[in-house]
Design a protein around this ligand. Structure first.
Ligand SMILES: [Ca+2]
Ligand SMILES: [Ca+2]
Length: 412
């Protein structure tokens, strides 16, 4: 019965999505400007000074330098506007922050909330297309706002729900667990959105519904919300993905099963070469480690094993390929990724930025790049979440524990 209901719900979801295809004057569009007051984040505070002292202790390869870029409360996933003047920063609360550098001199002029009249629910995922559409992926809705870079000057903007409220996942599957969406525009001009499944290990009776809806995977769709399909199967909770600059292949991080001890299962960075591949969850809890719940069962699908296994429970989150000119040549097309840090481990690991080098044969090797947020007392001074590239070739790192964005640059 459950599966029948699931299919019916899915049909309704697709019907709703289709009706939400946007045009100017769309009746579903939400007017987002108005009289609501912005919240401004003061950048000249004792917190900023304390964070600068923490950054003095961060270890980086020779020639690299890290500095505080902005104070941004709860900073999660990031996207830069095409003109480079606005950094949009998602959160797991109710705001998307706008970090403004109006004159593009690399110094932040102002940090305030984007569209305070807009009511948002876990707007973790943000993306901006090259032609200026801002996409916000919430717990259970996706919005598109055209021309968002100009929000500071333009008093007439609308948010179009390209995936209406309650249609990203069935409402009965809403949870506070694994609900931080990541959204990125692929080289095929489609939106790729990760949908974490809401369990430690998903129970068998949920699997059919999850396969249909893309929960425990990554879905893709056109920029108006049409043409939704499941691209990736067998993920547990992916919170970071990006496309290889040369091959266009989707690479993504995955957070693996808790409660199996300190040292297993490994975390994952996966390489996907075509639509519909399955990456093993819930039969595998990470790498080749079988979950207790599905132990001994024959695995009914062909499984793609991870390109990189990472240390258990480090919580690999946001990632980006590096295509800039600022860093030494060996970093070209490497992956920078954030390890948020463990909770399910007796001794903490993570809270660092990693780099993954991929050779011509596609073999990948990971190593620490920036570390030192885990202090001598074993406590966090920061927890990196996402890494993106700035147009100048530096990288930006968000931190939801410290409430900050850092900039890492290089000079020989
Ligand atoms: Ca500036
Ligand atoms: Ca896997």
């Amino acid at each position: 019965m459950r599966q029948v209901f699931g299919s019916a719900a899915l049909c309704l979801m697709f019907a709703a999505s289709a009706s939400a295809q946007s045009a100017p004057g769309d009746p579903d569009a939400i007017r987002i400007t108005g009289s609501a007051e912005h919240t401004y984040i003061d950048q000249d505070t004792a917190d900023a000074d304390a964070l600068r002292r923490v950054l003095e202790g961060i270890r980086l390869p020779t020639g690299f330098r890290i500095e505080l870029y902005a104070l941004v409360p709860g900073a999660r996933h990031m996207a830069l506007s095409p003109g480079g003047t606005v950094l949009f920063v998602g959160t797991r609360r109710h705001k998307v922050w706008a970090v403004l550098d109006r004159d593009r001199d690399g110094a932040v002029d102002e940090v305030k909330d984007f569209a305070p009249s807009l009511s948002l629910d876990i707007p973790n995922g943000v993306e901006v297309s090259p032609d200026g559409d801002l996409f916000i992926a919430e717990r259970n809705r996706v919005l598109r706002i055209a021309g968002a870079e100009a929000f500071d000057q333009n008093a007439d903007m609308v948010a179009v729900p390209i995936v209406p409220q309650g249609s990203l996942i069935p409402e009965a599957e809403e949870s506070s667990y694994h609900t931080a969406r990541v959204i990125k525009l692929g080289p095929d001009n489609k939106l790729y959105i990760s949908l974490g499944q809401p369990y430690n290990v998903a129970p068998p009776e949920k699997l059919a519904l999850y396969n249909e809806t893309g929960i425990g995977g990554i879905i893709r769709m056109n920029r108006d919300g049409s043409g939704r399909e499941v691209y990736t199967y067998g993920a547990r909770n992916s919170v970071g993905h990006d496309f290889h600059p040369e091959t266009g292949e989707l690479w993504w991080t995955d957070n693996q099963v808790d409660g199996m001890g300190d040292d297993i299962p490994p975390g994952e960075i996966n390489r996907q070469t075509e639509k519909g591949q399955h990456f093993g969850f819930p039969w595998y809890g990470g790498g080749s480690t079988r979950t207790r719940e599905y132990a001994g069962q024959e695995v009914p699908v062909e499984v793609v094993m991870p390109a990189v296994e990472t240390i258990a429970h480090a919580a690999d989150l946001g990632m980006s390929f590096y295509t800039g000119d600022m860093f030494p040549e060996k970093y070209r097309n490497a992956i920078f990724s954030a390890q948020h840090g463990s909770w399910n481990r007796s001794e903490r690991v993570g809270a660092r930025v990693m780099v993954t080098f991929i050779d011509a044969q596609g073999n990948a090797a990971i190593e620490p790049f920036a570390e030192g947020w885990l202090n001598q007392d074993g406590e966090y001074d920061g927890r990196p979440v996402d890494v993106i590239q700035h147009p100048d070739g530096s990288i930006l790192v968000s931190d939801d524990f410290a409430g900050a964005v850092y900039r890492i640059s290089y000079s020989p």
